[in-house]
Design a protein around this ligand. Structure first.
Ligand SMILES: Nc1ncnc2c1ncn2[C@@H]1O[C@H](COP(=O)(O)OP(=O)(O)O)[C@@H](O)[C@H]1O
Ligand SMILES: CC(=O)N[C@@H](CCC(=O)OP(=O)(O)O)C(=O)O
Length: 260
């Protein structure tokens, strides 16, 4: 039987809110067994870009990342946020190891080709992007990897990758060796039928239902890459994918994705 591994992704709505982040890290520290944390921070990055006089620009939930934007998001995700999260976990007794994809060459990305949209320095991940062996070794050493959404192309170029994509790709790569449960945690209780009603959580979503919800405009913005990544993870053998509130991990009200 494969050993169990929990991979938790935490987004900007919680990370940029100090008390919520502190509480989330306390809950994450309580998760027993092997675990990995992946963080975003998109909302705070947009605020920082605006404060620096740059106009944040996202298309289909992904950031257009020109050279100036890349500088800011690298400082923000790989610096400030990643180190704050690692320090918070150390305080909570978790021996966390902060990583960008460049560290130990753990994730190599490919610059997204220009099609209808030029995303700039945005990195896509494929089957061979994630070095599962080295992550396995970190876990064996008793370390808890903490990934930020900055990766590299192996030729010296840093690339910005959607954090949901990082979480799903790490989950897919490790599902060969581990029974992986992937949790997308954010500031709502799950995928909502009415985005203004926090209690309207849709408990289960299949790919066909997702397409319908997307066409009706029920699911939009950052929820699109989250669900696309989530279904892809299930297709690659990740055992469970849950979308839930970051401060209510494991509670009954949540969205579970399934392939049929
Ligand atoms: N049906 C939906 N249910 C919940 N959130 C939705 C839905 N459709 C769109 N959203 C939006 O998606 C956001 C989550 O995506 P995103 O901001 O990228 O989160 P994160 O930073 O946690 O990855 C929510 O804050 C919400 O505004
Ligand atoms: C390419 C791309 O879109 N990168 C994301 C990375 C951060 C992220 O995904 O943050 P959340 O999880 O908080 O949304 C961005 O810069 O917004």
């Amino acid at each position: 039987m494969k050993p169990r591994l929990k991979i938790v992704k935490i987004g900007g709505g919680i990370i940029d809110h100090e008390p919520a982040l502190r509480e989330f890290l306390r809950l994450f520290a309580e998760i027993a067994g092997l675990k990995i944390l992946v963080h975003g921070g998109g909302k705070g990055a947009s605020e920082m870009l605006a404060a620096l006089g740059q106009v944040p620009h996202l298309v289909n939930g992904r950031r257009i990342t020109d050279a100036a934007t890349l500088e800011v998001v690298t400082m923000f995700y790989a610096g400030k946020i990643n180190k704050q999260v690692v320090a918070g976990l150390q305080k909570a007794g978790v021996n966390a190891l902060g990583l960008s994809g460049a560290d130990a060459n753990v994730i190599q990305a490919l610059k997204r080709p220009v099609q209808e949209v030029d995303y700039g320095f945005v990195g896509d991940l494929n089957e061979s992007s994630v070095n599962a062996d080295i992550i396995h070794q970190f876990l064996q050493l008793g370390l808890t990897p903490v990934f930020c959404p900055i990766n590299h192309d192996g030729r010296g170029q840093l690339l910005n990758t959607n954090a949901d994509t990082v979480a799903a790709s790490v989950a897919k790569a490790l599902s060969r060796q581990y029974a992986v449960e992937l949790h997308f945690c954010f500031e709502k209780k799950g995928v909502l039928a009415d985005v203004n009603n926090d209690e309207s959580v849709i408990k289960k979503i299949t790919p066909a239902e997702y397409i319908e919800l997307k066409q009706r405009g029920v699911i939009a913005n950052g929820m699109l890459p989250k669900l696309e990544n989530a279904f892809e993870a299930l297709r690659y053998g990740v055992e469970k994918v849950i979308i839930e509130h970051a401060l209510h991990i494991g509670e009954a009200l949540k969205t579970e994705l399934c392939l049929s």
